[in-house]
Write a protein that binds this ligand. Structure first.
Ligand code: GAP
Length: 514
């Protein structure tokens, strides 16, 4: 069942700001739409996610290597990839409110309202029938639900057909037929629907020199395609092999919202896997399996993921699906897995005049490899982790806490070192312990306020372990190790601390499960 918890999203946004995870960009100037800055804990979490992805994809695979291509690319790149001509969203303005919308999103929101009605019917019936309620049977037989589903199908069919055939006037007619009003002005006074290219452009060089218009890359993948031959030759790579990359991408989204879910500047973690033509479906299934496994070993809840197969494929794809995550706004795309055929390499061959082929010694022939792509948004992964980790709990003693149950291997701070009191030499002993631990883990030292309040502060930033130094420590050379999730405390010798924590927070424990 989808999450649809607006309150949870609001709580996460507020918590992320209050505790140094994510700030609105240039906030002192009232922020900038859909741009965010990652704070002291947010950037640590982001780095840990990147590290986990990079190690899982590159370090764990002999036949995958990583690159870091420039954001600026030759403008012909985007002609070849199809982004100049076809990377568009249909936009529509309301003449009264002057607000701009994506026409397809207005229609999708209308559909979501009908889905909401179906959900209400289900809830009402579940209440009425109690334990004997059979949801599947109800959905298949209830007259109202059948009618709602038929409405959804008819709207979807009209929208898809209009989008595929680029009949923008049809999209407007559909908006009018459905009586969709502007959420701000309530008016139905719409402009025509127009195509809007999502790429940001800028000028390279000074105007005096005759500057060139170039684009900020809307996906990192093209940096991999144009380097296919460089990497294949210098790395002596044999098909099948992959090239991975993490980096910024930019899209001038018409409506960017839902916090860091849809931004204009975001980060992608992409891998292009080059395979022999004809073997692409085998590898497509392989990477679907591998990628869902990567997600599931994080322990954010197996039910929070589902695959969504694309029914309408992009012109270059022969199979595509999304891994969707149960965000507070419901199930939404977190990662895409696409079988991109030889479209990109062939297009770059045509536009550059350079051969982008592989000589297969077994086949004794050259061919343009096919490509399976895995593409995940780092910011969306960040939001997925925050959404699944944020918990409001009442403890055994009746006290309340907000805790981020971030997978320990990804937590921004791994260990907090806390002297019970500042006096009697406990601070000095705690600092001595910190001096050892800091070479292994990102640690925090805190001696201010009562110990309970310090635990709460660490819970709020998701620190999985707290080491507490008390008076006994000076005699028995032991400390207490407190577990964030269970709040249980255990006494252990200082000499065992590093190994013990290593086993609990190391990224290797995750990688070994892959
Ligand atoms: N190279 C393929 C590609 O870019 P995509 O489905 O457009 O495919 C891949 O994007 C992933 O990038 C998405 O699954 C999503 O996680 C992330 N993404 C796309 N647009 C985004 C945006 N505006 N803000 C944040 N993440 C975004």
């Amino acid at each position: 069942m989808a999450n649809q918890d607006d309150n949870l999203l609001k709580k996460i946004v507020a918590h992320a700001k209050e505790y140094g995870f994510v700030f609105p960009s240039s906030e002192i100037y009232d922020g900038l739409g859909a741009a965010y800055d990652y704070g002291q804990y947010g950037s640590e979490l982001k780095n840990n996610i990147k590290n986990f992805w990079w190690k899982a994809m590159v370090q764990m695979h002999e036949n995958i290597v990583g690159i870091d291509a420039a954001i600026f690319m030759h403008p012909t790149t985007w002609k070849a990839s199809g982004h100049v001509d076809a990377f568009n969203d249909p936009l529509i303005d309301n003449k009264d409110s002057k607000k701009r919308y994506r026409a397809d999103v207005l229609i999708e929101e209308y559909i979501a309202k009908i889905e909401g009605k179906i959900k209400k019917e289900v809830q009402k019936a579940a209440k009425r029938f109690g334990d004997s309620f059979d949801e599947t049977q109800f959905l298949a037989t209830n007259g109202r639900v059948i009618e709602y589903n038929a409405q959804i199908k008819s709207i979807n069919d009209r929208m898809k057909s209009a989008m595929e055939t680029e009949q923008l006037n049809e999209l407007k007619t559909l908006i009018e037929d459905l009586g969709i009003a502007c959420p701000v002005s309530g008016s139905k006074n719409w402009t025509e629907v127009r195509q809007f290219n999502l790429m940001f452009s800028t000028e390279l060089g000074s105007l005096a020199e005759g500057a060139n218009t170039i684009y900020l890359r809307p996906e990192t993948a093209q940096g991999i395609f144009v380097n296919f031959l460089n990497v294949q030759k210098t790395g002596r790579m044999k098909i099948p092999f992959g090239i991975a990359q993490i980096g910024k991408a930019f899209r001038n989204e018409i409506i960017a919202r839902q916090f860091i879910f849809r931004m204009r500047e975001f980060e992608q973690m992409e891998m292009q896997f080059f395979v022999k033509p004809g073997e692409e479906m085998k590898w497509y299934d392989h990477w679907k399996e591998k990628r869902i496994q990567w997600h599931k070993i994080l322990g954010l809840g197996e039910d929070n993921y589902r695959f969504h197969d694309h029914l309408n494929l992009a012109h270059y794809a022969n199979a595509a699906c999304d891994i969707e995550f149960n965000f507070p706004m419901g199930f939404k795309e977190l990662e895409g897995i696409h079988s991109r055929t030889d479209f990109d390499l062939k297009a770059h061959e045509e536009h550059s005049g350079k051969k982008l082929q592989f000589f297969d010694p077994q086949e004794n022939q050259n061919y343009v490899p096919y490509v399976i792509e895995t593409s995940i948004g780092l910011d969306r992964m960040f939001l997925a982790i925050m959404s699944a980790s944020y918990k409001n709990e009442t403890l055994e003693d009746g006290s309340e806490r907000v805790v981020l149950k971030i997978p320990p291997a990804l937590a921004p701070v791994k260990v907090a070192v806390l002297p019970l009191v500042k006096k009697d030499g406990l601070s000095e002993k705690a600092r001595e312990i910190l001096e050892t631990l800091k070479f292994h883990f990102n640690c925090q030292y805190d001696e201010k306020d009562a110990i309970g309040r310090r635990y709460r502060r660490q819970d709020a930033i998701g620190t999985p372990y707290c080491v507490t130094i008390d008076h006994d420590t000076l005699q028995d050379h032991s400390v207490t190790l407190r577990d964030r999730d269970t709040t249980k405390q255990e006494r252990i010798p200082i000499s065992e601390l590093t190994n013990r924590i290593e086993g609990l927070v190391s990224i290797n424990t995750l990688l070994q499960k892959l």
